[in-house]
Design a protein around this ligand. Sequence first.
Ligand code: SF4
Length: 221
Amino acid sequence: MKNGPEPMVTSQLSFNNNNKDALSEYGEELVRKPAIAVHSCCGPCSTAVAERLARRFRITLYFCNPNIDDEAEYKRRFSAQRAFVRAYNTSPGCPEPIELVAGPYTPAAFLKHIEGFESAPEGGLRCRICIKDRLEATAAFAAMNGFEYFTTTLSVSPHKNYEMILALGREIAVRYALTFLAEDFKKQDGYKRSIELSKAYCLYRQQYCGCRFSKSSDGGI
Ligand code: SF4
């Protein structure tokens, strides 16, 4: 794997969707592609999603995961995310660079939101709140930065309920005047592909979903 410069991690986009001069170096095909903000739960899941979307969209990964239980784990996961983007952007076959944006890390707000549902089973109400918050943050980011589409890597995991993600995504999309890209990324061996790619990119793969309550669960990532 080639080493390269650190990917740009910004709180704002560095490209302007209307600036054709800035985009012309990537060719006309890029100018026609819509921009998508992809909520990313982690580097490994984002590998297979980026591969699947790269020919259709200009991708910005929005790493927004206040559910992660402690800062050291958050940093490990973000570091894997950044390593993937750096390797992807400098690989010879890269269709075009991916942008990476770090959302706010607010674990106290997450714990406040899921209060009363701490012991809910994985996939239940606690997860619904957690997923909704992360989708909502991604939609807000997308709307503020001129994106047409948003989606999430969460459906890569076989442990995540796609119907729940879809319902939340569609409801949020209406409120933000965006289109939620309805794709179940675990289909067509998406999960298997994420494992293959995360091994190829030598990425850290966590063994639990994220919050402290998922550490003792067998729900997986
Ligand atoms: S198990 Fe995962 S999705 Fe559910 S609340 Fe915890 S971090 Fe969020």
